[in-house]
Design a protein around this ligand. Structure first.
Ligand SMILES: C[S@@+](CC[C@H](N)C(=O)[O-])C[C@H]1O[C@@H](n2cnc3c(N)ncnc32)[C@H](O)[C@@H]1O
Length: 204
């Protein structure tokens, strides 16, 4: 998924805009960082890619950047700690790191139920409902035992559904939510991709 998602995003964004060229990208829970490294390669040419994860992951991520892309993308890829939740976001701001992006990517980060509240907090700081920059958020994940779809509903400030209702989340007055049905390049069964954009209405 981490390798197929950038290709999908490039094609999808090119259909309406200029693809990834010149864009600033934040990757949450980047792990080894493949999805971000791919986006920074010449073929896609993102202007700046911020790969983020927990402190314990950063050394391996940096090593992977070094091994796989440093010579190609070094000036455009940045690796930093960003721990989801209020404290992690406050630290990020204190460090003077960018808080606005053209694209935010969450690939396989809806996987740990205990972390979802913190993840939601961070996502709603980066893509607030009144986001005027038009930041596009892509969330991609395989279906898991708990309700990943419910997470997207809550993120988009949609009303909760009963447990047995599994419809993909729809748009709310605050966020435009597009459920991508034609993505099969990752070969994963039950993979979901959502493209989420704030609609400019302030959070009540
Ligand atoms: C399943 S991995 C996905 C890695 C990569 N995005 C991919 O698709 O290959 C989930 C990542 O989220 C990170 N993560 C988990 N909890 C986190 C938290 N509270 N704050 C920041 N990152 C977190 C993990 O360290 C891990 O690298």
């Amino acid at each position: 998924m981490a390798l197929a998602l950038p290709r999908y995003i490039e094609l999808r964004e090119k259909a309406q805009f200029d693809g990834l060229a010149g864009k600033s990208v934040l990757v949450l829970g980047a792990g080894l960082g493949f999805e971000g490294l791919v986006m920074a390669l010449r073929e896609y040419n993102a202007h700046a890619v911020y790969l983020t994860d927990l402190p314990s992951v950063l050394p391996t991520m940096r090593q992977n950047i070094e091994m796989n892309g440093a010579s190609l993308v070094a000036d455009r890829v940045h690796a930093h700690v960003l721990e989801w939740g209020e404290a992690g976001w406050a630290k990020w701001q204190r460090e003077g790191l960018p808080t606005e992006f053209d694209l935010v990517i969450g690939c396989e980060i809806v996987y740990c139920e205990e972390a979802l509240e913190d993840l939601k907090y961070t996502l709603q700081q980066i893509v607030p409902p009144n986001n005027s920059r038009g930041t596009v958020l892509y969330m991609a994940f395989e279906s898991r035992y708990f309700s990943c779809l419910q997470f997207i509903r809550e993120l988009a400030l949609l009303p909760a559904l009963a447990e047995d209702e599994v419809d993909p989340p729809r748009s709310s007055p605050y966020y435009s939510v597009e459920s991508i049905a034609d993505f099969d390049a990752c070969g994963a069964e039950d993979a979901y991709i959502f493209r989420i954009v704030a609609t400019g209405v302030a959070q009540r």
